[in-house]
Design a protein. Structure first.
Length: 538
């Protein structure tokens, strides 16, 4: 039975924190028919996070900081009452508000606030696929928090520098997020079965627009081999074809230090053609392009501004790895979707048959008179294409400065040293397809260089192109060949898909192998026929 929310003693504290002027954002002129018709929801699956931080306060969202009230969201109300597509409360065994002691004090210690709200936190039950416990946090953008497992307090975690706080802050955080306008559903997990349960639930929810996953399950214990077959790949494909986008981190290498790459092709989480796999690049653009190979797109892998590690409600820190890059990319996608829904008149929020936004037609700019918004309908494929082709290729890449295993360039697990014998290595040649394997189409720097640079990158590379104000950025030679080969291999291992870069030999023929100019692409192309999905993981 559905249980009514527990009412706590005391009133919700007024929240009046401010965002620096440099972070103030422009919102689109078109207003939705009713609050929430343009809402974009990102689910983050991770360890734990703190909704007390100002990154997540409703008052700090860009919509709440404009003179107009037309786009404000009713975040003091239960989501089923206003969010299109949200299930009825009867879909949950336990559904209610998590009323917390939010505060305007920037020096307030979040663990102390958690202790003050002990009764509320301990009232959250762990969820299973058959018994779902759902909370929403009034006064915040966390319209959903669920715990499928983890350590410490459900959802909140141990109170230390939680990994999930970092991923949430750089994706949807109002201060640090690449989509400060987006809403959060946080799903806590810490082990394989928990991650899969959380992911399967999220993928079955058409009101969740994107899912960010900064983890990868391996078969080994000591290495991150990315050889895994425990995901519901058919559910993933169905969710993608419906219109949801699932983002997965490519990984930081077998040793988690960007030295020895791990492959993603043999992972049911990162490998299927319908998943967006995200790499990480060096902020100085001279050293590495993430060690998960191949990747579709990338963001920054170190020194990224976030609220990771914060103990106070205004605390800041830095975040890194593909754990950072993935939610930054998910938020970048989400913000473009939010702006598209804002630009279309009427109740534009939708997710069906691949369409992710619909409404009145938008007048395209003269640079692209046939822009994606011009027909009043935006598909996930169209938005993903603009996301990918707006990414900027780095100059450094691996550039021969890192070493990788000689065996098929990380396509198979690296053998463990035997008797102290070293694993054979070769130096990566500084060629184009080394970069393509590592960062895909390229990198979004997000908020690394500040709010102004972030907005300029987003507008010029993605949003202005999507609405036809700017031409699409020129793409490097050979890029389309690379992704047809990559798509072909993924489909060979995980199943055919009509939405990939490779369709069939007649429509999208593969390039001829070229081991000199395109060694990594050639290795994938020649080795893939012998690769099969790993044994099914129970």
């Amino acid at each position: 039975m559905t249980r009514l929310p527990r009412r706590l003693v005391g009133a919700l504290s007024a929240v009046a924190l401010t965002i620096p002027a440099a972070v103030a954002l422009d919102t689109a002129a078109a207003a939705p028919v009713r609050p929430g018709d343009d809402a974009v929801v990102i689910a983050v699956i991770d360890s734990g996070f703190s909704p007390y931080h100002r990154d997540f306060l409703a008052s700090q969202m860009p919509q709440a900081r404009t003179p107009s009230k037309a786009d404000d969201l009713p975040l003091d109300k239960a989501p089923h009452t206003w969010l299109k597509g949200f299930p009825r409360p009867s879909a949950f065994a336990d559904y209610g508000a998590l009323r917390l002691s939010l505060t305007a004090d920037p020096k307030a210690e979040m663990p102390a606030l958690r202790d003050k709200d002990e009764d509320a936190w301990t009232d959250i039950s762990r969820s299973t696929p058959d018994e779902l416990s759902y909370r929403w946090v009034p006064g915040t953008k966390a319209i959903g928090v669920m715990s499928f497992g983890g350590s410490g307090t459900p959802v909140f975690g141990t109170g230390g520098p939680e990994h999930g706080h970092g991923t949430s802050s750089v994706s949807v955080g109002s201060i640090h997020g690449s989509c400060p306008e987006c809403l959060l559903v946080f799903l806590q997990a810490s082990a394989g079965a928990e991650y899969e349960a959380a992911l399967s639930w999220a993928m079955s929810q058409p009101w969740i627009d994107a899912v960010s996953n900064s983890y990868g399950i391996s078969t080994g214990v000591l290495v991150r081999d990315r050889v895994y077959n425990g995901s519901d790949v058919e559910l993933m494909k169905a969710a993608t074809e419906r219109g949801q986008t699932v983002f997965f981190s490519a990984g930081n290498g077998v040793t988690n230090d960007f030295i020895t790459p791990n492959g993603t092709l043999l992972s049911s989480q990162e490998g299927p053609d319908w998943i967006v796999t995200v790499g990480a690049t060096d902020p100085e653009d001279v050293d590495y392009s993430g060690s998960g190979k191949p990747a579709d797109v990338a963001s920054i892998g170190s020194l990224y501004p976030s609220s990771y590690g914060a103990t106070t409600t205004s605390g800041e820190g830095t975040f890194g790895g593909t754990s950072n890059a993935t939610p930054v990319i998910a938020g970048t996608y989400g913000r473009a979707l939010w702006l598209a829904r804002q630009a279309m008149s009427g109740p534009s929020r939708t997710q069906a048959g691949g369409v992710v936004a619909s409404g009145g037609k938008v007048a395209c700019g003269t640079a692209r008179t046939a822009c994606e918004l011009g027909d009043g309908k935006l598909t996930r494929t169209e938005l993903q294409t603009r996301l990918f082709e707006g990414a900027t290729p780095t100059k450094g890449g691996f550039a021969g400065r890192r070493t990788i295993p000689a065996s098929v360039l990380g396509l198979v697990p690296v053998p463990a040293p035997v008797g102290g014998a070293p694993v054979p290595f070769v130096t990566t040649p500084a060629v184009a397809d080394t970069r393509l394997a590592s960062e895909g189409y390229g990198t979004y720097r997000g908020k690394l260089d500040g709010a102004a640079a972030w907005k300029a990158e987003f507008d010029s590379r993605l949003w202005d192109v999507l609405r036809g104000v700017r031409p699409a950025p020129e793409r490097p030679a050979g890029e389309s060949d690379w992704f047809r080969v990559d798509s072909s291999c993924r489909q060979h291992i995980w199943g055919a898909w009509a939405g990939g870069a490779y369709l069939d030999d007649a429509r999208t023929p593969l390039p001829a192998p070229d081991p000199v100019a395109w060694p990594t692409r050639t290795v994938i192309q020649t080795a893939c026929p012998a690769l099969v999905a790993p044994p099914k993981t129970s």
